[in-house]
Design a protein around this ligand. Structure first.
Ligand code: ATP
Ligand code: MG
Length: 392
């Protein structure tokens, strides 16, 4: 772990967690009124009118037949390719002309593929905010499900924050510069604003899968949330939470959501917007420490998460600096780091009611951003000088 701490983070092999008990989401009339989710099996006409419906041939042409050199990432549900389309007509163009887009080609056999694809289209077709990635359009043809997003030049936060990760034959983040402290604070503000926006909606939208790989960065390192496949409407009216099958990413999910009963079965996940606050606390911890929420499995090591490891340091303001990312080279304000760590501790409270709402998190982080408690240093001063993540 950090320079002065040698205790390892747990290694957990599976990234996605899934509960074993079935449960139903609760709805009432007020929820239905405010709902952003649709029960349709296909894209709602009111949403499809706002998005471009691409043919598979268009997207093959835009990505040069999903050529390997255009591959920019791969997740559990499919691969992402770089593509080029005309700015006005959205028809495919030659590489280097028109605008660049990111085309996600979902694996036909992927778990809940259609449901996730539809959730993404329904949410991102309706929600627009500077801290949410823009969905340009989609393709639904036979078994094929694709999504076309604005291209985010700096890739994901995951690619920048951690040492290289091999995804299939792709090696990510090989020659990436460390992200400066000021940029880390700006990223945390962007992510917090994106979540605060979702939580402020009538439908009380819960993002549910906040993690470093779902935080994308534009050319100026502005952060945007991506992947609404797991998002869902939150509790409204008198309901305190929604009960749902547990699904999300290990190491980031809130304890009340992944709680297991004495038999080791997952209880129905108690999901509220404060579950997102917990995940935000984990991301904040990753920004502070430069360590993953969970490391890849290594035989013989206990399954300790980043939160487990960092907790004793977070609650002691004198020791908290010992967990800071050594790649910052000491170039950060101690007061700023202590304040951010104190905020992470609040977000990670095991009692969801005690976690701060995202609007308060935004206010605290903006205070950090505007105060002189952190300085840009000559070494890492210019965020635009960071190199783009390696794609080969
Ligand atoms: N709009 C985009 N612009 C640029 N790069 C992107 C874009 N969307 C995704 N990527 C890249 O592709 C990677 C894979 O994204 P994807 O959402 O498929 O999987 P993931 O988030 O890594 O994992 P999971 O399957 O659990 O969501 C991202 O981490 C990012 O590097
Ligand atoms: Mg993702």
């Amino acid at each position: 772990m950090g320079s002065s701490c040698t205790k390892p983070v747990a290694h957990v092999s599976s990234s996605n967690i899934s509960g074993s008990k079935k449960s139903q989401s609760r709805t009432n009339s007020s929820q239905q009124k405010a709902s952003l989710q649709t029960s349709h099996e296909s894209v709602d006409p009111s949403i499809s009118g706002k998005l471009k419906s691409f043919s598979l041939i268009d997207l093959k042409e835009a990505t040069k037949n999903f050529r390997r050199e255009n591959l920019i990432g791969e997740g559990g549900f499919g691969r992402i390719f770089k593509g080029w389309i005309d700015e006005n007509t959205y028809s495919p163009t030659k590489p280097g002309s028109g605008i660049v887009v990111a085309v996600k080609n979902l694996k036909p056999e992927s778990f809940q593929g259609h449901k996730e694809w539809l959730a993404e289209v329904n949410y991102l077709g309706q929600l627009h905010h500077e801290n949410l990635v823009k969905l340009v359009g989609y393709c639904l043809q036979g078994k094929n499900r694709l999504l076309v997003y604005e291209f985010m030049q700096k890739g994901s936060l995951e690619n920048h924050l951690f040492r290289k990760k091999v995804v299939s034959s792709l090696i990510l983040a090989e020659n990436v510069q460390p992200i400066a402290w000021a940029t880390r604070v700006n990223i945390s503000v962007g992510v917090a604003k994106g979540l605060a926006f979702l939580h402020s909606l009538n439908a009380n939208v819960i993002f549910r899968d906040l993690k470093a790989s779902n935080i994308l960065l534009d050319s100026d390192f502005n952060a945007k949330l991506s992947d609404f496949g797991l998002a869902r409407d939150g509790p409204t009216g008198d309901n305190t939470h929604v009960s749902t099958r547990v699904i999300g990413t290990q190491g980031y999910a809130a304890p009340e959501y992944v709680a297991t009963d004495l038999d080791g079965f997952n209880e129905a996940g108690h999901l509220t917007p404060r579950s997102d606050v917990y995940s935000f606390g984990v991301v904040l911890l990753e920004l502070l420490t430069g360590k993953r929420a969970v490391e890849d499995a290594r035989p013989g090591l206990s399954e300790e998460t980043l939160v487990d490891w960092a907790m004793p340091f977070l609650s002691d303001s004198r020791r908290v600096l010992r967990i800071m990312d050594t790649r910052l080279g000491g170039q950060y304000s101690k007061k700023g780091a202590q304040a951010a760590a104190a905020l992470a501790l609040q977000c990670l409270n095991s009692d969801p009611k005690i976690r701060p709402p995202m609007v308060d998190v935004v206010a605290t982080l903006e205070g950090l951003q505007s105060s002189n408690t952190f300085q840009r240093t000559p070494k890492y001063a210019n965020a635009t000088k960071h190199s783009c993540h390696s794609l080969t």
